[in-house]
Design a binder for this molecule. Structure first.
Ligand code: SAH
Length: 431
């Protein structure tokens, strides 16, 4: 904890911020973001909106006032980001201090009680998200729990001066052996007072993959180098559904990453599982995660193979070899990082459906996921139908799913995960 205490503390001065009428309306409606372009004055002076010249220090408290100088909201100032203030609270004035952070964190952790309580049930889960940023009213802060290890992931340097309040409060709520820091890519260029990717914020250094359970199955997360914080926790419920549909099945898991769907399919009785991902490290982890569960007879009996490769090409090859599977899962990375890339993302979803649907055996299950926040569920589902139709395949929709309990949706931009379950069949043209 010495390190935490060495970090700069927020200054006592507050930035007084005035904003456009539109922005004020959004803030009063509870939106967590204030963009630089919506700020009219800071401490009474008009301000240049570009990041390079913005006043203040990351993590300063910024108070938004209305035209009558009444308090509207308070948040964290981030001079390096176009989302200049991450709003913490709106309505009546409040003091943001250690007690305030502790209370917000307690609310977030309390929401996950059903997951925490699963630890004493028949299918324990010990890997889940404790804090989901904006959606838990803590914009830019993510905390994931993997068994005895917490991973704090920052999407804004504004959290650095508040870590000395946040980390001890988290540890009181969820006593843990270690707390590890991960940083979003945007922070890699910013001065963070000695903090870096992988810094240990509390306890012993983590020097090996961290074991945890998901629905009673064993996994390990590389919390220092793995994608996100080491595991894609948001697909937990979908993995259970795929597991339940996999008895006796030949399963294809495309974009398998560390094998979440693959292991659940094997435990659900899959005859064989083929995991496909372009990341050699992720596929090695998928193999290792499968191995961790071979005490389960179904996993030991399942034929597991791995292909390291580019998914579109691998799907084309499987198609030309007339490969057939009873369950196909397609869970690609986000294809649309900004509004401009949405049309290209939709084309990619179409192409994946065109390639994957023909691989599904008659009566089999096709599971298509999208984690692109900018692609709506309606557009995504349409793309999957359009792509399949190009391969002369119609999809009977069976189910649509979204976010699990530990990934709540707290504001309009917060929803991103959508999953379509369907049964493909050939379009038969009447003579
Ligand atoms: N299904 C996974 C999560 C998938 S995340 C789970 O349940 O954990 C997306 C994955 O796609 C990442 O592992 C990334 O390595 C992989 N990936 C990205 N682009 C790819 C491509 N073109 N071909 C194959 N894999 C790709």
């Amino acid at each position: 904890m010495t390190l935490l205490n060495d970090l700069p503390r927020p200054g006592s001065a507050r930035l007084a911020v005035r904003v456009t009428p539109d922005a004020l309306r959004r803030i009063r409606g509870g939106h967590p973001w204030l963009f630089d372009g919506s700020i009219t004055t800071v401490n009474g002076s008009s301000v240049p909106t570009t990041s390079a010249t913005a006043p203040g220090t990351a993590g300063d408290l910024a108070v938004i006032f209305d035209d009558e100088r009444r308090f509207a909201a308070i948040g964290l100032w981030d001079p390096a980001s176009p989302i200049r203030v991450k709003l913490l609270h709106h309505g009546s004035p409040t003091t943001i201090d250690a007690a305030w952070f502790a209370e917000r964190l307690a609310t977030a952790v309390g929401r996950r009680r059903p997951l925490a309580e699963s630890a004493t049930g028949p299918a324990p889960t010990t890997g889940y998200r404790l804090v989901h940023g904006e959606n838990d009213a803590l914009p830019g802060l993510v905390v994931d729990r993997y068994g005895h290890v917490l991973v704090v992931k920052l999407y804004s340097a504004a959290w650095v001066p508040h870590l000395a309040d946040v980390v001890p409060a988290l540890l009181r709520l969820v006593p843990s052996r270690s707390v590890v820091l991960r940083l979003a890519r945007a922070l890699s260029e910013q001065p963070l007072h000695g903090l870096a990717e992988g810094t240990t914020l509390h306890g012993s250094d983590v020097d090996a993959p961290v074991p945890f359970l998901e629905h009673g199955l064993h996994f390990e997360a590389d919390v220092l180098r793995g994608q996100k914080t080491g595991f894609f926790l948001d697909q937990r419920d979908n993995r259970a559904l795929v597991g339940a549909a996999s008895s006796g099945a030949r399963v294809l898991d495309v974009f398998s990453c560390t094998g979440g769907f693959s292991v659940h399919a094997a435990a659900g009785g899959a005859r064989s599982v083929l995991s496909v991902d372009s990341s050699p490290a992720a596929t090695l982890a998928a193999r290792a995660n499968m191995q961790l569960n071979t005490d389960i007879a179904a996993v030991a009996a399942c034929r597991h193979s791995v292909t390291v490769g580019e998914a579109f090409g691998v799907l084309e090859d499987l198609g030309s070899q007339r490969g057939r599977f009873d369950v196909v899962v397609v869970d690609p990375p986000s294809f649309a990082r900004n509004a401009v890339s949405v049309p290209r993302a939709l084309q990619a979803y179409q192409r994946l459906a065109e390639l994957a649907a023909p691989l599904v055996e008659r009566g089999g299950l096709l599971v298509h996921a999208s984690c692109s926040a900018r692609v709506s569920e309606a557009d995504f589902v349409r793309a999957i139908h359009t792509g399949s139709a190009r391969a002369s395949i119609e999809l009977d929709e069976e189910r649509r799913t979204g976010h699990p309990l530990d990934h709540p949706i707290g504001f309009p931009e917060g929803g991103y995960l959508k999953v379509l379950y369907s049964r493909p069949h050939r379009i038969t043209r009447r003579p």
